[in-house]
Ligand binder design. Structure first.
Ligand code: BMP
Length: 210
């Protein structure tokens, strides 16, 4: 089973397509964030799907009023995104506006040190929100496997846990998967390495050994 998601945070269309194509064998999905959408346009989502045949996750971390979330999500799903990542702290209506249009992933805790300031104190409530709305999945920090284990213990079983923070931010794929994550999200350790295909293959092997 493939459990690796590539965070394709480059600006250039050609580079993005090249990296996605050469790593696709080892990926479950490709995640696009603002850098790539700003650098290459929304059409990159359609192209990535064509080139890799993999699901595309649009990591926009939508955090607006329901109407604006809906307006953005409609265009992004139309472009071919399979999943959209949204913040839950704006309230259930904002998330619902996206869920009505397609598969959604809710951020319940982030991987950077600053997540301890505002998001971590709200994690329990965000887990409750996820349990109520039952999205495809939630985002949790690979940099804190103990928090992933905690989130797993509180989250309804069918909801997937996707964890960024492996590699460049210090998280370890094996540890976070053992803690209960379903997927690991990896950016710089793959796309900024000398040989992205080999980097993805090594992570894939590490994951397979868990
Ligand atoms: P990298 O492996 O290069 O650190 O990239 C991680 C990716 O996951 C980036 O796209 C980042 O925006 C995203 N991300 C994160 O690092 N932490 C979070 O809590 C949530 C994220 O979406």
């Amino acid at each position: 089973m493939k459990r690796l998601i590539l965070a394709l945070d480059v600006y250039e269309r050609e580079r993005a397509l090249e990296i996605a194509e050469c790593t696709a064998d080892y990926l479950w999905a490709v995640k696009v964030n603002w850098p790539l959408i700003i650098g290459s346009g929304l059409g990159i989502i359609t192209e990535l799907r064509q080139v890799t045949g993999l699901p595309v996750i649009a990591d926009l971390k939508l955090a607006d009023i329901p109407n604006t979330n809906r307006l953005i999500a409609r265009k992004v799903f139309d472009a071919g995104a399979d999943y959209i990542i949204a913040h839950g702290f704006v309230g259930r209506e904002g998330v619902n506006a996206i869920m009505e249009l397609g598969e959604t992933i809710i951020v319940v805790e982030m991987s950077h040190p600053g997540a301890e300031e505002f998001i971590q104190p709200a994690t329990d409530k965000l887990i409750e929100l996820a349990n109520e709305l039952e999205p495809f999945g939630v985002i949790a920090p690979a940099t804190r496997p103990e928090r992933v284990a905690y989130i797993r213990s509180k989250l309804k079983p069918g909801i997937k846990i996707l964890t960024p923070g492996v590699g460049a931010q210090g998280g370890k794929a094996g540890e976070v998967l053992k803690a209960g994550a379903d997927y690991v999200i990896v950016g710089r350790s793959i796309y900024a390495s000398e040989n992205p295909r080999e980097a993805a293959r090594n992570l894939h092997r590490e994951i397979a050994g868990v």
